[in-house]
Write a protein that binds this ligand. Structure first.
Ligand code: FAD
Length: 394
């Protein structure tokens, strides 16, 4: 027997994109069903992003889920770029009048789940064999299995919020879908440690031994990364080996204030730039990592996802509550323009800050020259600052 369900918008994926979309649509009285191949505890436990642009903070406030963010988040008015131990501060507030907020993706997800649960959201967790079909019809269908039983959801629209490895993007015919990809020849080894951060603000460091990032999740919890071989086994990286490498890349002046300890999370993530075009096919809309990936340099992944959802929710609400499809019809084009600009920034900052195995001494001198230019030119610093705090939605 197949269980049949109906809704206005079926949302595939309950990461930040899917949850925020469900929250915005619920506020406007639009019915949604959310499905995910994982369960809530697993999704809440995923350690990922942590730097929120002002536009993202405003979106979470509009969604009614910013109380804890304002109480516990850390406002950052700047960050440092470092080259072989020399630091240069990018004064975000001085250069743009804006700041960013440090608040973990785990917490954003928790806040959204709590809000959705309080309002009686219909979730299907641990689903399998999810297939979005009939995408060009005015009643697309999502089929899936849960606990050995078949289900179908008939809806007006499908939101593909199922991340990079989801099924939504793959449902777009191959003669329509275009993809663009750059895979970087290294990964990031990241750790979490219950120690105060080495600096009040983030430090992105380029060193002859490789990139390092000193980040944080709170005043007592640090998130540190180093560039590594993406094929490395995390077991090869003892805490001692990590600390030695991290301190060397920060340089002696900064490393003098480093508090080391036992890490409680350690993982290696690959770095990739990726864009899928278009972000709409029939009545399927892609949002977040389902449509694009950026390397984490510059902290744009989660912020890009939230920007998509700001526009997609506006488009769906305008359709249902004002019978106007203007934003639905322009969603893909509008967001792709913005996505490519953010891709450019993440790629450029990654190119500036990492050691690339294929780089000749010429490219290394180019990196150094660019750093020297940024440190000596307010205009160059401002370009970085305005991208870092977040470009306008459209
Ligand atoms: C290891 C890692 C580290 C990161 N670090 C940073 C960072 O430091 N800074 C930053 O800005 N960004 C970072 N990102 C990116 C950021 O986390 C993502 O951009 C953000 O999670 C995107 O949200 P999303 O909801 O679009 O996708 P996701 O968070 O990936 O959520 C997609 C959801 O869809 C579900 N799903 C997948 N397939 C299916 C299916 N077939 N059926 C149903 N459900 C499905 C998944 O279980 C998941 O819950 C990182 C990402 C990773 C993977």
């Amino acid at each position: 027997m197949t269980h049949k369900h109906k809704t206005q918008v079926c949302i595939i994926g309950s990461g930040p994109s899917g949850l925020l979309l469900a929250q915005f649509l619920a506020q406007a009285g639009i019915d949604t069903i959310v499905l995910d191949r994982r369960d809530r505890a697993y999704i809440e436990g995923r350690i990922r992003a942590g730097v929120l642009e002002q536009g993202t903070v405003a979106a979470l406030e509009d969604a009614g889920v910013a109380d804890r963010l304002y109480a516990e988040g850390l406002r950052h008015d700047g960050f440092d770029l470092a080259f072989d131990g020399t630091r240069h501060r990018i004064d975000l507030v001085g250069l743009t009048g804006k700041s960013v907020m440090v608040y973990g993706q785990t917490e954003v997800t928790r806040d959204l789940f709590s809000a959705r649960e309080k309002q009686g959201q219909t979730f299907f967790f641990n689903v399998e064999n999810v297939v979005p079909t009939d995408l060009k019809s005015d009643k697309p269908i999502v089929r899936f299995r849960q606990n050995g039983e078949d289900h179908t959801i008939s809806c007006d629209y499908i939101a593909g919020c199922d991340g990079f490895r989801g099924v939504s993007r793959a449902a777009i015919p191959s003669d329509v879908l275009k993809t663009f990809e750059r895979i970087y020849p290294f990964g990031w080894l990241g750790i979490l440690v219950e120690k105060p951060p080495v600096s009040d603000e983030l430090i992105y460091a380029n060193h002859a031994r490789g990139f390092a990032l000193a980040s944080m999740r709170s005043k007592t919890r640090s998130r540190y990364y180093i560039q590594c071989d993406v094929a490395d086994d995390v077991a090869l990286w003892s805490d001692d080996r990590f600390w030695e490498e991290f301190a060397a890349r920060l340089g002696p002046d900064t490393a003098a204030s480093l508090q080391t300890g036992t890490s409680f999370e350690k993982s290696i993530a690959p770095l990739r730039s990726f864009v899928a075009e278009p972000m709409r096919y029939g009545n399927l809309f892609l949002a977040g990592d389902a449509a694009h990936i950026v390397p984490p340099t510059g902290a744009k992944g989660l912020n890009l996802a939230v920007a998509d959802i700001r526009m997609l929710s506006r488009a769906l609400i305008t359709h249902y509550n004002a019978s106007n499809d203007i934003y639905l019809d322009t969603y893909s084009e509008t967001m792709l323009k913005r996505v490519w600009k953010v891709e450019r920034f993440s790629w450029q900052l990654s190119t500036l800050m990492h050691q690339f195995p294929e780089n000749s001494p010429f490219e290394k001198r180019m990196q150094r020259a660019e750093f020297d230019y940024i440190t000596s030119s307010e205009a160059a610093s401002k370009v970085i600052a305005e991208n870092y705090v977040g470009l306008p939605l459209e």
